[in-house]
Design a protein around this ligand. Structure first.
Ligand code: FNR
Length: 360
């Protein structure tokens, strides 16, 4: 039987109640990485709203890996209990709690959107900023800090931080993990030829440029229970001549599958400012479709998916196993309920009993 938006999705030992996930979205609301009531209410209300999967925002594996000083982090054991409070609540609402583990690399130490004067402006030392690192010392933009090139020993230290963060994520009750290897952050900046000019074993050939991702995933996968999904978000194209391509992504997805990765979350862009991205309805869905069919791995589609019929069509036609929604979920935490009406499956999403009188 063909699948649709409201078919349950089973992967390894977990089952999502439908094919709808909340895409990870930075809230710029933490202090020293620690989740608080905002994160509980933000993520919790979207679990109440009926999504099957709730992925917490890019969560830094070391303090230096935060995009902004207000990013979430999971770089010390003290972060575990406040995350556990959130995962417990999400699970009680029938959704699966997920987390995206990240390192911002050369795009770290920037002001939160509503605190900055110009987009992506670096936070200086005197305002709490820090040194940023990357595969080389080319900055992302003229507004960003000049990164310091990582030595092989320092690369190993960051990979160890990803390993430890994976253990903490499990301890905190997450059941779905996503390694953030997209949007120009550290992992993407290693595999893209636009940002990696290294001449050692982490740069140059395709195999060398993907080494950081493969080694890190290998370390993390060992620590993450085999029966729980391990996923990777890729930027499937740099959208410029001479950059990373969809064909590269298919090759990398095949290699990741061999490492025990269960699903590829198909995003794009973010590694150069002002790339000519043809933004429009479902514009990244073709990446998901190609990777799903060519690398024979489960995928999630994301990017300007806003209507129930559109999302249902993506699943019914085998273009993705899941859809992730970002901005539409900010506008409407009850999007799954709305979508169930749009596709004429009113009963597909149970209304929380506390709210039933509002929906009768
Ligand atoms: C994002 N996005 C994002 N992506 C990611 O991988 N990690 C993150 O932490 C964030 N943070 C973030 C914050 C906010 C406020 C927005 C709007 C977006 C990108 C997001 O997950 C998604 O991929 C894009 O927004 C495209 O999907 P939509 O919004 O068109 O459904």
């Amino acid at each position: 039987m063909s699948q649709h938006l409201f078919s349950p999705f089973s992967m390894k030992g977990i089952t999502l109640r439908n094919r709808i996930g909340v895409s990870p979205m930075c809230q710029y609301s933490a202090e020293d990485g620690t989740p608080n009531d905002w994160h509980l209410v933000h993520l919790g209300s979207r679990a109440v709203g009926g999504a099957g999967l709730i992925i917490a925002e890019a969560t830094a594996v070391e303090a230096r890996g935060r995009i902004s000083p207000e990013d979430l982090g999971i770089y010390k054991d003290e972060h575990i209990p406040p995350f556990r409070r959130i995962t417990d609540f999400i699970r009680k609402q029938g959704a699966v709690p997920g987390i995206q583990l990240a390192h911002a690399g050369r795009k770290a130490s920037t002001y939160s959107p509503w605190k900055q004067r110009v987009s992506g402006v670096a936070v200086p030392d005197e305002d709490g900023g820090w040194e940023v690192v990357g595969p080389g010392n080319t900055p992302f933009s003229k507004n960003h800090r000049i990164p310091r090139e990582l030595s092989p020993e320092e690369i190993a230290d960051i990979q160890e931080s990803f390993r430890l963060a994976t253990l903490r994520a499990r301890e905190a009750g997450f059941e779905w993990i996503e390694f953030h290897a997209a949007h120009g952050y550290l992992a993407h900046s290693f595999y893209s030829p636009l940002s990696n000019q290294r001449t050692d074993r982490y740069g140059g050939s395709f195999d060398n440029r993907i080494r950081f991702v493969l080694e890190t995933v290998r370390l993390m996968r060992k620590e993450w229970p085999e029966e729980l999904p391990f996923t990777v978000r890729l930027s499937c194209s740099d959208w410029v001549e001479g950059g990373w391509t969809l064909e590269d992504s298919v090759d990398l997805a095949k290699r990741l599958k061999e490492e025990g990765v269960d699903l590829i979350d198909c995003s794009s862009g973010g590694n150069i400012p002002k790339a000519p991205i043809p933004v429009g309805a479902g514009y990244q869905v073709p990446f998901s479709e190609t990777i799903r069919h060519s690398a024979k791995i489960a995928t999630a589609a994301v990017g300007l998916i806003t209507h129930g019929m559109q999302a249902d069509d993506i699943i019914r036609n085998g273009r993705a196993d899941l859809v992730l929604l970002g901005r539409e979920m900010l506008r409407d935490p009850y999007w799954p309920l709305r979508a169930s009406q749009q596709v004429h499956q009113r009963d597909a999403v149970p209304v929380p009993p506390q709210y039933e009188r509002g929906w009768n």
